[in-house]
Design a protein around this ligand. Structure first.
Ligand SMILES: [Zn+2]
Length: 743
């Protein structure tokens, strides 16, 4: 479901409940999931014995009630989900069937009040999905995920419900409500209208047929990529592994043994295998083989070829938004994003592009020099850097110019100290105090947890002592827990029906240390820890009245968490918390400078491969796709852009799952850079403030305009209120070591 109807979308799409999903290996992109496409049964019978199902029960206990994590039994999940979905449909049907004339109260507010039970059950569902997975759970998920997805469509197709929403939306009275309430009405209305609810007759039927066909095609697209990832595993001998680190060899050896090829080494056709292989493998011919397999996924002219599928996807998307009166898909997609129009997004991508290309030229020159020197030493013929050489020689340049000893950095990054640092920052900026509470048992006053590792903290206002919410931390890796790090909110702030306080959580996969020993973490993991905590603070600081206003805007919602990462390298945090685990000495400033320098390394490559994909995404979704030949279009577009020969797109069209396996990032891949621009620009405001990153006045604005309103205020207006102007790209360019245009 594509609607801005955030609470329904949250329930309907399993990944949407997680604020973000940073896999440790790839911090820039959340994991891709295939959208379920199967249609659900027409009606859901009420489950028997629903009354005593603990998953359906009101949350009881302290702090306004907390999830009964100690009473989770997988056997209750399916009946609970079915009962909760049926209840939400009943609640909305009651709103639709109300004989009274439609009003804000009896329609919009009544809808906001619906789905409480499903929200509660979904909390448990996602805990099983992310924190406590098992084959038994996945079987239930396989059956229920399509039904949850279908629920959103059923709601949007409720014609009488939409007519009432439309009546409130068009009622002149609505314009006299508060700005937040007007926005709420518009978000709810858009949730229907942008999803085809305004259509009648043949157009409505065509719309539904397109949706169904798109779901099929997108699933096939994803499956084809998967088939090509699984079908091109390369088995190597030990002699072919020259240059590869021991950890890689061990993993490749174990993987081969598992596939029945004991004694050889398996190189998978996936990013996590390809990337280190191309970085370290000395055998240039093998690098080329691995590179070609990877960048040909979905493009092999066989039964898994995706070119025809993606062309049809683009035609159908274009036709579908045409039914709603839009010129192209991107126009429809960006309307409710911060960027608002494809032109704004393209302006940004094109503004950064020339600097990225110029940097690639320098990077290639640096690498070519290394390669030439090597050839000379070895008495061999010189090579020209090709795409399968880029990572390999970049690594050599990195070692020579930017080498950062990750073990040395780790000694200053203790998990406990990092958590204290986050609490310190939250105190200084948000006025929050974190206090540990008894967790794990049901005895009076304690908070149930779903695993003994989980810690719980009460969040209070430092000045007033007022209760704000709870923060759950599930820090350590274990079997059944998904990889990476993520934030999740069990309950969001609202006041329209009485105060509901926030239950926020952070989840990561740190490796538990020996008893009494501090847990030391990598630089990337420390940044991610701060990042995810930013999502939790975003939830905890909400001051919105209605649940829907807690929703996120895709090109905006990562910005707050990215911004929080910047406090990790502030002097106050360095001096007090980034201290050596033995000596207690703060991390040396030279090491900090090295970390900062290493950050801009290979930025030409990273920015260019990303931008090429983002530009292609936006072009695909703004052109007339009639008669499109994707292969020719991709080549022509890259030539027009002046794409360097040494770099491929990060995701070539036939395997660009972000935009073709689902609509998640379709015409939305630009969003990563958009959020980066805001992050850099906002961070620069702090760097320039009289009190720096702890400037009281600016911190108050940060909370007031950028965190607390969530989606109650248009993000562009909110940002302008914070910064006094729109965001500029200058700070981003400086961050990446690129020249600032016009300077
Ligand atoms: Zn995130």
């Amino acid at each position: 479901m594509r609607s801005a109807f955030s609470r329904l979308a949250l329930v309907a799409v399993s990944t949407a409940a997680l604020s973000c999903g940073h896999a440790t290996a790839s911090r820039t992109e959340p994991e891709m999931k295939t959208m379920p496409s199967e249609a659900a049964a027409a009606t859901l019978p009420a489950a028997p014995a629903a009354a005593d199902n603990p998953l359906l029960a009101e949350w009881s206990g302290p702090y306004g009630g907390v999830p009964a994590f100690d009473r989770m039994d997988l056997a209750d999940l399916k009946p609970a989900l079915e009962a909760a979905m049926a209840e939400q449909l009943d609640e909305l049907e009651a709103v639709a069937a109300n004989p009274a004339p439609p009003s804000f109260e009896n329609t919009i507010v009544a809808m906001e009040r619906s789905g409480r039970v499903l929200n509660r059950v979904s909390t448990y569902y996602y805990i099983w999905s992310s924190n406590l997975s098992s084959p038994e759970y996945r079987e239930i998920q396989g059956e229920m995920a399509p039904k949850l997805a279908e629920l959103g469509s059923k709601i949007v197709q409720n014609r009488r419900l939409f007519e009432r929403v439309k009546a409130v939306y068009e009622n002149p009275e609505t314009a006299r409500r508060s700005p937040a309430e007007q926005r709420l009405v518009r978000l709810v209305y858009d949730g229907f209208a942008r999803d085809g609810a305004t259509l009648d007759g043949a157009a409505k039927e065509r719309y539904a047929a397109i949706d169904q066909r798109l779901a099929e095609l997108q699933t096939r697209f994803a499956n084809n990529v998967l088939a090509d990832e699984e079908g091109y595993t390369l088995f190597l001998t030990e002699a072919q592994l020259g240059g590869l680190p021991e950890s890689f060899r061990q993993a490749a050896g174990a993987a081969a043994a598992e596939l029945g090829h004991a004694g050889s080494y398996a190189i998978f056709n996936t990013r996590s295998s390809m990337d280190p292989f191309l970085t370290y493998a000395d055998d240039r011919g093998l690098r080329e083989t691995v590179w070609r397999s990877y960048y040909s996924r979905g493009d092999n002219g066989d039964e898994h070829d995706n070119n025809a599928i993606l062309a049809e996807i683009l035609r159908l998307r274009d036709e579908r938004v045409g039914l709603l009166g839009y010129d192209n898909y991107a126009q429809w997609r960006l309307e409710d994003r911060m960027a608002k129009t494809p032109e704004h997004a393209l302006d940004l991508l094109e503004a950064v592009w020339p600097a990225a290309l110029a940097r690639v030229e320098q990077e290639v020159a640096d690498m070519q020099a290394v390669a030439d020197a090597e050839a000379e030493t070895a008495g061999m013929a010189k090579i020209t850097i090709r795409p399968w050489d880029y990572r390999y020689y970049a690594e050599k340049v990195r070692k020579a110019k930017y080498d950062l000893d990750s073990d040395e950095v780790k000694q200053y990054l203790q998990l406990d100290k990092l958590r204290q640092a986050m609490f310190f920052v939250a105190g200084e900026l948000f006025g929050f105090r974190f206090t540990p509470v008894a967790a794990g048992s049901t005895s009076a006053g304690s908070v149930p947890v779903f695993h003994p590792d989980v810690e719980v903290f009460e969040v209070t206002d430092r000045d007033s002592g007022e209760h704000v919410g709870l923060w759950y931390l599930d820090a350590f890796a274990r079997a059944g827990k998904r990889s990476g790090a993520w934030a999740n909110t069990y309950r969001s702030h609202e006041t329209f029906d009485g105060l509901e306080t926030v239950l926020a959580s952070n989840n990561s996969n740190f490796i538990q240390g020996a008893p009494g020993e501090p847990v030391l973490v990598s630089w990337d993991d420390a940044e991610t820890f701060f990042h995810e905590f930013g999502h939790a603070l975003h939830a905890l600081s909400s001051n919105v009245a209605y649940p829907t206003l807690n929703g996120g805007v895709r090109d905006y919602t990562e910005f707050q968490s990215q911004l929080l990462e910047r406090w990790l390298l502030t002097d106050q945090v360095i001096d007090r918390f980034l201290v050596h685990y033995r000596t207690g000495e703060p991390i040396p400033r030279e090491l900090v400078a090295k970390i900062r320098r290493a950050d801009t390394f290979n930025e030409g490559f990273r920015t260019t491969e990303y931008l090429a994909s983002a530009l292609m995404d936006m072009r695909y979704h703004t052109i007339d796709p009639t008669g499109l030949d994707p292969d020719a279009f991709e080549r022509r577009t890259l030539t027009e852009l002046g794409m360097p020969d040494e770099i491929p797109m990060r995701h070539r069209s036939p395997h660009f799952g972000h935009i073709f396996s689902s609509e998640g990032y379709a015409a939305g891949y630009y969003g990563y850079l958009w959020a980066d621009v805001l992050t850099a620009d906002a961070a620069e405001a702090f760097a320039e403030a009289p009190g720096g990153f702890y400037d009281k006045e600016l911190a108050a604005k940060l909370v007031k305009y950028l965190f607390a309103p969530r989606n109650a205020v248009d993000p562009a207006d909110a940002y302008r209120a914070f910064r006094g102007r729109d965001a500029k790209i200058d700070a981003l360019m400086r961050d990446r070591g690129f020249p600032v245009p016009g300077e």
